[in-house]
Ligand binder design. Structure first.
Ligand code: AMP
Ligand code: MG
Length: 345
């Protein structure tokens, strides 16, 4: 696919919004780093983000909204969250909050969790795009997995050119590092990722932030971290073609029995990714003793699907310490001019 470079004019923004509404991927500038945007209510579009980035895992993505009113339609906010929003939005602070049942968001956006990370960016082009598009936009950093975040459109094209529909070129990012992520979905506010807004500045508003400690399961700081992986409450058996008594079969491909739920009857991994969390939830109901999952090829998005299935199959071994969760964190480097070595990295 040819990646269009759209100027940050009214026309460029309108075209970007149109592509996004049609389920395409468009990279856009924010004040932190460039985001790889997709309609956060469209499962297939969100799955396409993971494919374009070559992400080996489904980690939850940040959902971007134009203002607080739009955020309130997606998540449950309390006084503490509203105070943070009033102080730091629009800006480089991401809040993790409970998803509203009527949010309409793709489950893949939060990797099956009941929480969603939300942010109101203050970059004028991001704002214009969000308003023109009229949909919440899921957007991790616009670079391939394991590469550092892109802070201008040249970096984006070097990494994702040919894999996404368009880049909205809004020049260099002002902040140049990712947003600070604070989980305020539970009683203790937990700093999940340091970023553009210093922790001390946040603490001046709501008091001390807890540090996540994934190794210490008993710590009051842990719940936010431990809840990061969604897993069904019933056992999963992977790579099997037949169900045992009491189990439901989760199929993949044309060979699956007609009556089984099928991640993708045509064997399309993107479709399977888009269906994964919703189907795991659909089968995690009283009366079903376990889920037998048919083999998924270990290629492309299949790797991320299998990774999540394996984690769901062995929840005890999953301490929430997700090595490449912070794949996009990179060094907290200030905004630098483009150098060739980096662009081709
Ligand atoms: P990215 O969108 O790639 O910049 O990264 C998103 C970051 O937000 C992840 O590294 C997580 O730390 C955090 N995050 C997003 N959604 C959630 C969630 N539902 N629960 C906890 N952390 C989240
Ligand atoms: Mg990134």
């Amino acid at each position: 696919m040819d990646t269009q470079i759209l100027s940050a004019s009214a026309d460029g923004v309108a075209r970007a919004a149109e592509l996004l509404r049609a389920g395409e991927l468009v990279a856009f500038p924010t004040e932190t780093v460039y985001g790889l945007g997709a309609d956060a209510t469209n499962d297939a579009a969100v799955a396409a983000i993971f494919a374009a980035k070559d992400r080996p895992r489904f980690n939850p993505l940040i959902v971007h909204c134009p203002d607080l009113a739009a955020v309130e339609r997606l998540v449950e906010m309390d006084d503490r969250a509203r105070e943070l929003a009033a102080t730091f939005w629009p800006g480089a602070l991401t809040l993790v909050l409970r998803r509203r049942p009527d949010s309409g968001l793709s489950l893949l956006v939060s990797a099956g969790l009941d929480t969603v990370a939300v942010r109101v960016p203050d970059n004028p082009f991001a704002q214009a795009l969000l308003r023109a598009c009229g949909r919440p936009l899921a957007a991790p950093s616009a670079n391939r997995s394991s590469e550092i975040s892109a802070t201008n459109s040249v970096h984006v094209t070097a990494s994702l050119g040919g894999r996404i529909a368009a880049v909205l070129d809004g020049g260099q990012c002002r902040v140049g590092i990712e947003s600070t992520v604070v989980d305020v979905s539970g009683p203790a506010a937990v700093l999940l990722r340091p970023g553009g807004v210093p922790a001390e500045v946040i603490e001046a508003v709501i008091g001390p932030l807890a540090q996540p400690d994934p190794k210490d399961a008993a710590s009051p700081r842990s719940p936010g971290m431990l809840s990061r992986h969604y897993a069904p409450s019933i056992p999963l058996r992977l790579d099997v073609t037949e169900r045992e008594k009491g189990e439901a079969l989760l199929g993949f491909g044309p060979a699956a029995p007609k009556r089984a739920l099928n991640l993708s009857r045509k064997g399309d991994l993107q479709e399977a990714a888009a269906n994964l969390f919703a189907m795991m939830r659909a089968l995690d109901v009283p009366g079903i003793r376990g889920i037998a999952v048919m083999p998924i090829p270990e290629v492309g998005l299949g790797r991320a699907i299998n990774d999540r299935l394996r984690r769901a199959a062995t929840p005890a071994a999953d301490d929430g310490d997700d090595d490449d969760w912070h794949e996009d964190r990179g060094p907290a480097a200030p905004c630098r001019p483009l150098d060739d070595g980096e662009a081709s990295r």
